[in-house]
Design a protein around this ligand. Structure first.
Ligand SMILES: [Zn+2]
Length: 226
């Protein structure tokens, strides 16, 4: 089927998704086998690979966005401190949220091709996952796993890649975020600013007028990923 269907790109259509009970996640059916292969490769290197986040719908992302904009969910600065949202202009609020959260409709998690992973030789069931860079480096609990993943991805033995590996001044680095290139690259090419604008215009989005007024800049800084 044609993947350039607006509803598939925007997280409004779940027909291509499957549930993995083993991994407790929901992904596009085409990435399930490659993902299970990656899990096996990790296991043979002594790591348990877990999926923290997979498919996310437009409505779910909308709720996250609106809760952050309304101050019901914390928004952090680069140092990891909670920002006092009331002290910011509306424009600054939008960009503060975008540092860590995608605009509804513009999350790669809408495609089912992208996952957030963590892994360790032994994961303490009591451990509270944070998904921070510190966890993946130095003596962080997932540092060893990420060193293995670096090698695994560099070798090209899987088609996953890290779209947010580096800080380009838009989205903060997310070494745990993996994307299945063969499919995600197609979605990425299909995605268009006008599609997003049309969807947001008819959505009950907090700070909507600021988002729409700045959509071109947002699109260049936070959405167009090479
Ligand atoms: Zn992610």
């Amino acid at each position: 089927m044609n993947v350039c269907v607006p509803e598939l790109l925007l997280g409004l259509d779940e027909r291509e998704l499957v549930d993995s009970s083993l991994l407790a996640c929901r992904v596009h059916w085409q990435i399930l086998d490659p993902l299970l292969f990656l899990v096996e490769r990790a296991a043979s290197a002594g790591f348990v690979l877990k999926v923290a986040s997979s498919y996310r719908s437009f409505d779910r992302q909308l709720l996250i966005w609106n809760n952050k904009a309304r101050g019901l969910r914390p928004v952090l600065n680069d140092a990891g401190d909670v920002i006092d949202m009331n002290s910011l202009s509306e424009r600054d609020k939008v960009f503060a949220i975008l540092r860590w959260s995608a605009l509804p409709g513009a999350s790669r998690h809408h495609w089912g091709t992208d996952i957030d992973v963590y892994g360790s030789a032994h994961i303490d069931p009591e451990y509270q996952l944070q998904l921070t860079v510190a966890e993946t480096q130095g003596d962080g609990p997932f540092a060893e796993f990420h060193r293995w993943l670096d090698d695994e991805l560099a070798q090209g033995s899987s088609d996953f890649f890290r779209p947010y590996a580096r800080d380009r001044g838009g989205i903060a680095p997310e070494p745990w975020h993996l994307s299945y290139a063969p499919l995600a690259n197609i979605y990425s090419r299909c995605f268009m600013q006008e599609l997003l604008r049309e969807q947001l215009e008819k959505t009950d989005l907090e700070l909507k007028h600021v988002v729409l007024d700045n959509l071109n800049e947002i699109y260049q800084r936070f959405i167009v990923a090479d």
